[in-house]
Design a protein around this ligand. Structure first.
Ligand SMILES: [Zn+2]
Length: 50
């Protein structure tokens, strides 16, 4: 797995996270992180399913 937003969050890269959250379509079930691309999350689910 590449570098997920979940990992970036732990490193405090908030700018990248804020940008991803703007167009978020997936949410990480494990960490509560949001992203446009499911590959950016470690345990993604589409936001429409919640
Ligand atoms: Zn995660």
């Amino acid at each position: 797995m590449g570098k997920t937003l979940c990992k970036l969050a732990k490193k405090g890269e908030l700018k990248e996270i804020a940008e991803a959250a703007r167009t978020a379509r997936f949410i990480c079930k494990k960490c509560g992180r949001t992203a446009e691309d499911r590959k950016s999350l470690c345990s993604p689910v589409p936001v429409e399913e919640l």
